[in-house]
Design a protein around this ligand. Structure first.
Ligand SMILES: *Cc1c(COP(=O)(O)O)cnc(C)c1O
Length: 393
């Protein structure tokens, strides 16, 4: 398949492998292992497997391979490896590429489990970690050293939606030969070309927009063939975080509509952001597509749209936020994102509950803050739902 084709075409056809039955929809190869025609083939397969040859599902599987290839075509990477969850992807990227004595620099505004890996686990294995405010390039400049092996960050912070300048950080990291690892969940592979901006490794929790319908956990790591096959694969295949064929099939179905879903969700997010900014019960709307977004210029340079996520600050702190959440009829209270259903989250009491109030304040999370993952419902219905819940605060 030519990678010159439009992403929408790649998302429907990319990576497809058909069996001799000529099935239309990708088959689920629900098999743990594979049968060899003779002993010599088995021996050869254990020395080296070709791209269409498999040994054991923990190492690779035809359905999983289809998902990996389709994602690699979309992202424009040489190769990819699918994992059991987004966290399997993040932790295996860090642990496969680092050893005791190494130094890394990480943004401090991270998804809770990412922070646990970087702040608690890596130091336990002798990796030195420096934390920076990822939006401040001067802090990256000061923290990156000659011996820095890797830099790690989420391109858009959760839930404050602060954006990290990938090209700017990559320039600093590449001067000392450090690898740039980007967790790109919030920006989605549809709206941001992280590799073109200078990232070396891009990670997705496929649980989010890629499934997009709230069914399965999954993750994927994309990068050079050298990194994926030489560094990542030996680690993941022996530590067990591979994706199941069933999950890969669900993800393949998700990819077929990924572009359409993300665009529809981003369009609604922009409309909702504008509508809510005018409501008297709303103190502030944070959305990268709004003219008053502090990093508007960087957002426009780095992302094709403002994305599918927005964050609002309602008046009345925790009580105001709870009244708003409890008053909603369409949007659901949960902590996932990227779903077909609109989801509202109160970070201070859920996803970021474990942080002290001071740490929350330091990364800009207040008690009135509500994160909204915009779904596929009609935007006017959603705006009406948000308005009536805000009116009742
Ligand atoms: C959800 C998420 C993860 C973890 O993904 P799982 O699939 O839940 O393991 C990592 N990073 C970010 C930014 C996320 O939103």
């Amino acid at each position: 398949m030519s990678d010159k084709r439009h992403p929408r075409t790649l998302l429907v056809h990319g990576g497809t492998r058909r069996s001799h039955y000529g099935e239309m929809s990708e088959a689920i190869f629900l098999t743990q292992s594979f049968v060899y025609p003779d002993a010599a083939t088995a021996e050869q397969r254990f020395i080296e497997s070709g791209p269409d040859e498999f040994v054991y599902a923990r190492y690779g599987n035809p359905t999983v391979r289809m998902f990996e290839e389709r994602m690699a075509l979309l992202e424009g990477s040489e190769d990819a490896f699918a994992t059991a969850s987004g966290m399997a992807a993040v932790s295996a990227t860090l642990f496969s590429g680092l050893k005791a004595g190494d130094h890394i620099v990480s943004s401090k505004a991270l998804f809770g489990s990412c922070l646990y890996n970087v702040e608690t686990l890596l130091p336990r294995f002798g990796v030195e970690v420096s934390f920076v405010d990822g939006t401040d390039l001067d802090q990256w400049r000061a923290a990156v050293r000659e011996d820095t092996k890797l830099v790690f960050f989420e391109a858009i912070a959760n839930p404050t939606l602060e954006i990290i300048d990938i090209a700017g950080v990559a320039e600093i990291a590449h001067r000392v030969g450090a690898k740039v690892v980007v967790d790109n969940v919030f920006a989605t592979p549809v709206f941001q070309r992280s590799l073109d901006l200078g990232a070396d490794v891009v990670i997705y929790s496929a649980t989010k927009h890629i499934d997009g319908q709230g069914r399965t956990l999954g993750g994927i790591v994309l990068g050079t063939r050298d990194f994926i096959r030489g560094t990542f694969e030996p680690y993941i295949k022996h530590t067990g975080g591979s994706m199941s064929p069933f999950t890969a099939w669900v993800m393949l179905k998700g990819l077929e509509t990924l572009d359409l879903r993300c665009r529809a969700q981003a369009e609604s997010a922009a409309r909702i952001a504008e509508a809510l900014a005018e409501h008297p019960a709303v103190e502030r709307v944070i959305y990268p597509g709004l003219p008053d977004f502090p990093q508007r210029e960087l957002a426009a340079r780095q992302m094709e749209t403002g994305g599918t996520m927005l964050t609002i600050v309602v008046r009345g702190g925790k009580q105001g936020a709870f009244r708003f959440l409890d008053g909603l009829d369409i949007a659901l209270i949960s902590n996932n994102l990227g779903d077909a259903r609109t989801i509202v989250t109160h970070p201070a009491t859920t996803t970021h509950q474990r942080l002290t109030p001071e740490s929350r304040a330091a990364i800009g999370i207040g008690d009135g803050m509500v994160r909204i993952s915009v779904g596929l419902e009609d935007a006017a219905d959603l705006i009406a739902d948000f308005r009536q819940a805000l009116d009742a605060i």
